[in-house]
Design a binder for this molecule. Sequence first.
Ligand code: TYD
Length: 209
Amino acid sequence: MTKRGRFITLEGGEGVGKTTNLEYIRAFLQERGIDVITTREPGGVPVAEQLRALILGEKLVPEAELLLFFAARLHHLRELILPGLAQGKWVVSDRFTDASFAYQGGGRGVSWQRIRYLEDWLLAGTKPDLTLFLDAPVEIGLARVKARGESNRFEEETAAFMHNVRRAYRALWRQDPDRIKRIDASRPLPEVQLEISGYLKALVEAWRG
Ligand code: TYD
């Protein structure tokens, strides 16, 4: 029987370096002979990518925004993540449900209780095996986003919104430190990646048994 793969997510506020580190994680795992799928939220599969364009393009009522993120996530989970894991692949996603708790919960003020209800109902409790929370002061992230040029409507939110998102991520991490590893992403990239590699090594060793 094929051994189920592992599900890893990357989380954090704007400009913390998720994209660069996603590539690093993919290379790290592939070098160890692991079959890897990298993906992102919102998106990852055609329906969800269409929803992504809608969500990132339109200003939405917070609850509508939340529901669209979950609609995209449900397709992503059923069509890509779960089948990939069942085939023994490792799935690495740039964001997952923690982002809803942080952005729609912390940022927009939707209660966590309601988000948890959607998570339990729609995702049947699917949680990542490992979540790498890249954490950096809001000012650092915003400066990086600015330097990058193009931005989406979340990246154009106020600093107060970003502080609330960060606070929510830190609360999630404190609630579940076994799954969520907080990484200080204000440090130079090699230091960040050394820490990430430690968590990956442990997960690979445990998986190989
Ligand atoms: P992302 O692809 O991470 O944007 P970028 O790579 O430019 O940082 O995510 C797009 C935006 O969607 C991001 O600003 C955070 C937001 N988001 C939510 O608000 N809730 C969610 O559940 C998810 C998955 C993302």
